[in-house]
Design a protein around this ligand. Sequence first.
Ligand code: MG
Length: 195
Amino acid sequence: MPLDPKKRRPLTRPRERAQLPLTDKPRRGGQGVVVGMPRVGHGYDIHKLQPGGQLVLAGVVVSQEVSPVAHSDGDVVIHAIVDALLGAMGWGDIGEMFPDTDPRWKGAASRLFIEEVYPKVRAAGYRLSNLDVTVLAERPRLAPLKAQMIASLAGMFGLGGTINLKAATNEGCDAVGRGEAVAAHAVVLLAKAQD
Ligand code: MG
C-alpha cells in the first residue's frame, strides 16, 4: 500500500492513489525483483497444412503426417509468441524482423527467433512475467503433448516467468476445423527487472 509521503499513512482512497505519479523508477531493490511499468503484447499466427513432412509446435514435433506451408519450419506457436514479444516492446512484427525473403530463415527452426528476440528484450531491461498461449488444431490432438510443449518453451526463455498453454480444436469450423490449417494466439506480459 503506497504511503502518503508527508503523513506516512497508507493512501487508501482511490482518488488519493490515482494522484501518485506514474514512474518506472524502482521502488524496491533486489535480484530479479519486478519493478516499474509492465508491457503487454499479443500475437497471432496461422499456417496452411499440406500432407507429408512434419509439424512442429512450440519446438515439439507433434505430427509426421502433415506439415505447414511456410518459409521457416512454420511453428505457429513460436511465431505468435515472437509477435507478442515484439508487440509488447513496440518493435513491429516478425515479418519485419525476419523477412521471408532472407535465405537465413529458410527452413529455420523457429526457436531461433525467440533466441534472437528475447535476449534483446532482456537487454532492454525486461523479463517475461507470464506467457499465455492458445493453440488451435483439429489434428493431431495436442492435449497429451501440452506438458512437453510447455517444457520446450520454458527451455527457450530460461528460468523465471510463468508459461501456460491451452490446446483446443476449432470445433470443426473454418480451415482450422477442417484440419487444413493450424493457428495460435499468444499474450505476453513483460516486467521491468533489476539484476
Ligand atoms: Mg508464421
